[in-house]
Each structure stands twice: as structure tokens, then as C-alpha cells.
Design a protein around this ligand. Structure first.
Ligand code: SF4
Length: 70
């Protein structure tokens, strides 16, 4: 599975970290970070994992829909 977090669009609500702290954490700048991901120059974070797990819930709960699962 390919996970994408469009971090520049994050509004810092904290919902993803609340439902899926295994993969998401809030950082000092108030935005979400996808743990162990690789960040592009444009600030988008990407991660490849075998099992989507709670990221699915995080994707569904994100109010601005910037957590993509493919
Ligand atoms: S749920 Fe979405 S908007 Fe809220 S902190 Fe996570 S990525 Fe940002």
C-alpha cells in the first residue's frame, strides 16, 4: 500500500494521531507527520507499507481528506 500525507494542507486538528498514533504524530509546527515516511520537496510525505491498519481510519476521519491510501 502507498500512503500519502499532503502535509502542507494539514489544518492540525489532531484526529489522525488520535485514532492512529502508530503512524501519525503531531509535530512542533502543529501539523501531522506520517512516521517513517519520506518527504518530498513540496512537503508531501510518502510511505509504503504492507498493511494499512489504522491509517484507513485516519484517512476517513481527516476533515480535509489529505491522507490518501492507494
Ligand atoms: S486528520 Fe488531517 S487535518 Fe487533522 S491533523 Fe491529521 S492530517 Fe491534519
Amino acid at each position: 500500500m502507498k500512503i500519502i500525507l499532503e502535509r502542507p494542507k494539514c489544518i492540525g486538528c489532531g484526529s489522525c494521531a488520535a485514532v492512529c498514533d502508530k503512524f501519525f504524530e503531531m509535530t512542533e509546527d502543529g501539523l501531522s507527520h506520517l512516521k517513517n515516511s519520506i518527504k518530498d520537496d513540496d512537503g508531501i510525505e510518502r510511505l509504503e507499507i504492507a498493511e494499512v491498519g489504522c491509517i484507513k481510519e485516519a484517512s476517513e476521519i481527516c476533515p480535509v481528506q489529505i491522507i490518501k491510501v492507494n
